[in-house]
Write a protein that binds this ligand. Structure first.
Ligand SMILES: Cc1cc2nc3c(=O)[nH]c(=O)nc-3n(C[C@H](O)[C@H](O)[C@H](O)COP(=O)(O)OP(=O)(O)OC[C@H]3O[C@@H](n4cnc5c(N)ncnc54)[C@H](O)[C@@H]3O)c2cc1C
Length: 503
């Protein structure tokens, strides 16, 4: 059997070689066959459960609840390795999952017990010369920004350094520069992607343009992206950081957020807010606003001044700094791999009334959760985030060959609200996921009643039972399904691949 597995990477045709096929693998599961076959790719690309690589990779998740026990871990080093793997998955019909930064806290979305786990950790291309950055999905954003800082430029990516490049861009990607340049996916000029037939393709405005469009919001349904070519923008120092306030400042903070959101004074400025209740783990309740001003400034720029005048400031890290210093690699208190998390989001048209009501619902539901589960659950943290979508992020795709998200600015500026419960063990997901759902459904009910609800689910902030693709609009859904039928007629990425939202 070993001889049959040791072959080169043929560009096409059956990969198990010479009609040997599955017959020689009697007694092995399909996933074991795939793992064994993948050993022929290159030295040290397959790791088994007795190795430290396996342990590290299977624990490389932001949320502890996502930790898995795959049959083996496959760590391709090149697009050719990925191509070979996809052809093996096809031929053997084995289950697989794809993980980049591992930050999507939806269990099963980036790994599955017993399947082959393809990790992008060794796909680390990172070239920021010229006008376009070439970025492998194995990079985290902090790694990317440290390189772009060196050349006085930036690409649009995560606002927390530990997030992975792969998932964020394929889901859209909200960055600090969104108001000026759009979603991160809008700034991609080319995806290098391995499609279901194992072909390594370029998807861009002229080559496979339908796939190019679908990958901008289509998540993991269309292939495995092995390189993102993204526009580089000039950026020297930025003025930004986090202001932390007492919980009682919430009405003042929400008021300023709404004014900032309404006025849209400067597309080089953005922010998001976290309402945090960490009392159960001894950190109390507090508020954070993370501010970004994309120019050097030696004092507080006028557009941000109101946030410095809100009473109850307890800490302030806002200053002039390099971009990689603004975007920490793991926010204090919530580093990757310590807590389990469950989240759910909603979108609505900008409304000070809804912002306020949502915070009230948040507080009431957390209180109720504590009473109902008193003494039965691990201590946890409750977070409500407000993330304004400026006009610029909603309309940029009209200049960049479109994206699949279905947002166009016609409903004015929007707000994304994200509710997250975090706790210190792997169990309890069901109770907390149900509680988060109840809260967000209440919030949604209010925004519907105000006639401001927007049926858009951001895939990168979606709960397992939410349906992002169905929220992109009928025409976009039809188009996505058409593109899938063209590039993946057998549904490899929908049926053999674990995780991902149904399309
Ligand atoms: C602490 C934190 C901060 C965040 N900050 C932001 C933010 O600032 N802006 C924002 O927009 N979002 C943010 N997010 C959400 C984030 O974008 C999503 O969780 C995203 O899925 C993470 O990408 P990843 O590569 O780390 O995740 P993974 O869990 O590895 O991947 C997510 C999904 O994408 C698929 N996938 C990953 N790589 C590939 C690839 N190369 N080819 C095909 N499919 C692939 C996976 O199969 C999986 O289903 C944040 C999340 C967390 C937990």
């Amino acid at each position: 059997m070993q001889a049959a597995l040791s072959h080169g990477l043929a560009a096409s045709g059956p990969v198990l070689g010479n009609g040997f096929g599955l017959a020689g693998f009697t007694g092995f599961s399909r996933e074991e066959v795939c793992c064994l076959a993948l050993r022929g790719v290159a030295m040290n690309t397959v790791s088994w459960s007795d190795s430290s690589t396996y342990t590290n990779e299977t624990h490389h998740y932001f949320s502890v609840a996502n930790v898995v026990q795959p049959r083996c871990v496959f760590s391709p080093e090149t697009a050719e390795h990925v191509s070979y793997a996809v052809r093996i998955f096809n031929e053997v019909n084995c289950n697989f999952a794809v993980r980049s930064g591992g930050h999507l806290p939806v269990p099963g979305s980036n790994g599955k017990d017993g399947a082959v786990l393809l990790v992008t950790s060794k796909l680390k291309t990172l070239d920021v010369r010229g006008k376009t950055a070439r970025i492998g999905p194995g990079n985290t954003w902090i790694e990317v920004y440290r390189e772009t800082d060196k050349v006085g430029k930036v690409v649009l990516g995560g606002r927390l350094g530990s997030v992975g490049v792969g998932g964020l861009v394929l889901g859209g990607g909200i960055s600090f520069q969104g108001p000026e340049h759009g979603f991160a996916c809008d700034t991609v000029v080319n995806f290098q992607v391995v499609t279901a037939d194992g072909q390594i393709r370029n998807a861009n405005a002229t080559s496979n343009p339908d796939l190019f469009w679908a990958l901008k919001g289509g998540g993991n349904r269309f292939g495995i992206v092995t390189r993102f070519d993204m526009k580089l923008y000039p950026l020297s120092k930025v003025y930004g950081g986090t202001i932390t306030y007492e919980y009682s400042s919430l009405p003042y903070l929400l008021e300023q957020v709404d004014i900032f959101h309404r006025q849209e004074k400067d597309p080089k400025t953005s922010l998001f807010v976290n309402v945090m209740d960490a009392a159960d783990i001894g950190y109390g309740q507090f508020l954070e606003v993370v501010l970004y001003y994309g120019r050097p400034s030696f004092g507080v720029p006028a557009v941000l001044r109101p946030f410095f005048e809100i009473p109850g400031i307890v800490a302030n890290t806002v200053s002039l700094k390099s971009y990689s210093k603004l975007v920490p690699s793991g926010r204090e208190g919530l580093p990757p791999g310590v807590f389990s998390h469950t989240w759910r989001s909603l979108t609505y048209q900008r409304s000070a009334v809804i912002n306020k009501e949502i915070s009230t619902i948040f507080q009431e539901e957390v209180k109720r959760f504590r009473i109902v589960n008193k003494g039965n659950l691990q201590p946890g943290i409750f977070t409500l985030a407000y993330e304004p979508y400026a006009t610029g992020i909603l309309t940029a795709s009209q200049r960049t060959h479109g994206n699949a998200l279905g947002l166009d600015g016609r409903k004015g500026t929007l707000m994304l609200s994200l509710l997250t419960y975090s706790w210190i063990n792997r169990t309890e997901s069901a109770t907390r996921t149900a509680a988060v759902k109840t809260s967000v459904e209440r919030m949604k009910g209010f925004s519907l009643a105000m006639n401001k609800h927007v049926d858009f689910i951001y895939i990168n902030a979606a709960a397992p039972d939410q349906r992002p693709f169905q929220s992109y609009g009928k025409e976009n859904l039809r188009r996505l399904r058409y593109v899938r039928s063209k590039y993946d007629p057998k549904g490899v990425f929908s049926s053999l691949q674990a995780g991902g939202f149904p399309l």
